[in-house]
Design a protein around this ligand. Structure first.
Ligand SMILES: *[C@@H]1O[C@H](CO)[C@@H](O)[C@H](O)[C@H]1NC(C)=O
Ligand SMILES: *[C@@H]1O[C@H](CO)[C@@H](O)[C@H](O)[C@H]1NC(C)=O
Ligand SMILES: *[C@@H]1O[C@H](CO)[C@@H](O)[C@H](O)[C@H]1NC(C)=O
Ligand SMILES: *[C@@H]1O[C@H](CO)[C@@H](O)[C@H](O)[C@H]1NC(C)=O
Ligand SMILES: *[C@@H]1O[C@H](CO)[C@@H](O)[C@H](O)[C@H]1NC(C)=O
Ligand SMILES: *[C@@H]1O[C@H](CO)[C@@H](O)[C@H](O)[C@H]1NC(C)=O
Ligand SMILES: *[C@@H]1O[C@H](CO)[C@@H](O)[C@H](O)[C@H]1NC(C)=O
Ligand SMILES: *[C@@H]1O[C@H](CO)[C@@H](O)[C@H](O)[C@H]1NC(C)=O
Ligand SMILES: *[C@@H]1O[C@H](CO)[C@@H](O)[C@H](O)[C@H]1NC(C)=O
Ligand SMILES: *[C@@H]1O[C@H](CO)[C@@H](O)[C@H](O)[C@H]1NC(C)=O
Ligand SMILES: *[C@@H]1O[C@H](CO)[C@@H](O)[C@H](O)[C@H]1NC(C)=O
Ligand SMILES: *[C@@H]1O[C@H](CO)[C@@H](O)[C@H](O)[C@H]1NC(C)=O
Length: 374
């Protein structure tokens, strides 16, 4: 992935919005390209939107505010509320509920329900869809049907700008199982927090409601209203440092279908996902793709301190305690200036595509590492 980025440098150097410079908390972005994108590269424009890492950015307020949580039932009976290309997003979370960051989505019906299909193909790879709004605690329920094919992973997760993460994941062809997991600031623990949950009725054939109930004091996972796992925030205190390693930063909702059973993945990932993908599978041959179906995502917000009427989003402030940023509200616009949206040029999108790939690979490796330790 880095070789590809190096090759792209001459191209992106001629384009203003993007700098092919990696960023993180110890190596933040320069003022001219202040935003550290979700994939860890400096730029402007959409780099300042969803997933923009405030700690790797030039200043804590370089990223646009993270659009406020909205209590709503986001029906996915068709793709009309999903922007098909996130590089064209201007930040207006009232205009779109979701953006496609990788891959593509389709309208479909299944079991009498209209739904959106996330697509996975041999040449096009998987699909990642992110919510335009954030949740800073709340109850999130997705009604979905997973894939059923070895090597193909369906996921419904939350992900913050500093990589706090809460997962429902469905690897491969084990359609009577689900896996729950959580991460704090992208840190891979020595002993995984992942748990396999057994005894579901078919996750591919049947619609089920999978819930992530993320509250300040506890995280609860459930299926069709039945609780399967509860984690107390108090259990997540690192007793050596006193730091709470519990997901505590505003997070987007992400829906994805990704290829884990492919030759470029580490062996542990392939095994975790049930083996290599069979591109001759009759389902793949007849549909022309693999798919996972999403029918609705409902969100009940539970912000610890409710926002004021003019607040637009969440922003990061100084750390409250060791390694725990404070989260406050902002009333600044969440929308990009017109000059920085659309038509940022081919080179920047090439960079975006390669950033994407790098990040997906990193993410998959992380998930695989976690899974391998199960
Ligand atoms: C942060 O980025 C710098 C510059 O790219 C890199 O050298 C360093 O290894 C990164 N640090 C971490 C913790 O990733
Ligand atoms: C969300 O809306 C769908 C209809 O589009 C409905 O079937 C589902 O029950 C609703 N979910 C919740 C949690 O209200
Ligand atoms: C954001 O989108 C909504 C819905 O499409 C629209 O009514 C509103 O004018 C837009 N806001 C801005 C500032 O463009
Ligand atoms: C899905 O259906 C909606 C509503 O009819 C339409 O606006 C949208 O373009 C369709 N999406 C695709 C990808 O065909
Ligand atoms: C998943 O597929 C592999 C072969 O690809 C097979 O060995 C295994 O039995 C299957 N598992 C289930 C639960 O069907
Ligand atoms: C919840 O679990 C119980 C016990 O396994 C089961 O009888 C019941 O049908 C489940 N409820 C739903 C809504 O799936
Ligand atoms: C820290 O100690 C508390 C109380 O003994 C315990 O519940 C918690 O699991 C410990 N934290 C970790 C990360 O082991
Ligand atoms: C899939 O089909 C192709 C062409 O028909 C064949 O060459 C290949 O061996 C098949 N692969 C598997 C895993 O069956
Ligand atoms: C919100 O903005 C309006 C118009 O600028 C102002 O009149 C009002 O006092 C503001 N409300 C709050 C709570 O700041
Ligand atoms: C604040 O917390 C972040 C996130 O854990 C950490 O990277 C950073 O070093 C902390 N900053 C200070 C000044 O302690
Ligand atoms: C925005 O917030 C600032 C304080 O943070 C306040 O002074 C200002 O009046 C607010 N503006 C609006 C329109 O509410
Ligand atoms: C997204 O839009 C950019 C900018 O117009 C374009 O270069 C890129 O090819 C588009 N990506 C996809 C996957 O269509």
């Amino acid at each position: 992935m880095f070789a590809l980025l190096v090759l792209l440098v001459p191209l992106v150097a001629t384009v203003t919005p993007v700098l092919s410079q990696a960023c993180n908390v110890t190596s933040p972005c320069p003022s001219a390209y202040p935003c550290c994108s979700e994939y860890g590269f400096c730029g402007t424009g959409y780099y300042c939107l969803g997933g923009c890492d405030p700690l790797g950015s030039h200043a804590l307020d370089s990223c646009n505010p993270n659009p406020l949580c909205e209590t709503a039932n986001y029906t996915l009976s068709d793709t009309s509320r999903i922007l098909s290309n996130y590089t064209l997003f201007n930040g207006n979370a009232s205009q779109y509920d979701w953006v496609v960051e990788e891959g593509s989505v389709m309208n479909t019906t299944s079991g009498g329900e209209s739904a959106v299909a996330l697509i996975l193909t041999e040449n096009g790879g998987g699909t990642l869809v992110s919510s335009t709004r954030y949740v800073h605690y709340g109850t999130i329920t997705a009604r979905l049907k997973t894939g059923q094919w070895a090597g193909v992973v369906t996921a419904f997760i939350t992900m913050s700008s500093i990589k706090d993460e809460i997962d429902w994941e469905f690897p491969g062809n084990a359609t009577t199982q689900g896996q729950t997991n959580y991460f704090w600031q992208g840190f891979i623990p020595q002993q995984t927090n992942g748990v396999i949950e057994y005894g579901f009725t078919d996750t591919y054939t049947d619609w089920h409601d999978y819930t992530i109930d993320w509250q300040p004091t506890a995280l609860t996972f459930s299926v069709d209203g039945n609780v399967t796992r509860t984690i107390q925030a108090s259990e997540c205190v690192n007793n050596a440092t006193g730091v709470s390693e519990y997901p505590n930063t505003p997070s987007r909702i992400q829906l994805s279908l990704w290829p884990a059973g492919i030759a470029s993945e580490p062996q542990g990932t392939v095994e975790w996902a049930g083996g290599m993908i069979n591109w001759n599978d009759s389902d793949y041959v007849s549909a022309g793709h693999f798919y996972a179906l999403f029918q609705s995502v409902s969100v009940t917000c539970n912000d610890p301190n409710p926002p004021n009427a003019n607040d637009t989003g969440y922003v990061y402030g100084a750390n409250t305690t060791l390694d725990t940023p404070s989260i406050t509200y902002s009333n600044k616009t969440i929308i990009l200036p017109k000059s920085t949206t659309g038509g940022t040029g081919g080179a920047s999108s090439l960079t975006a595509a390669s950033d994407m790939h790098g990040a997906l690979v990193a993410c998959m490796v992380a998930m695989a590492m976690a899974a391998h330790l199960l």
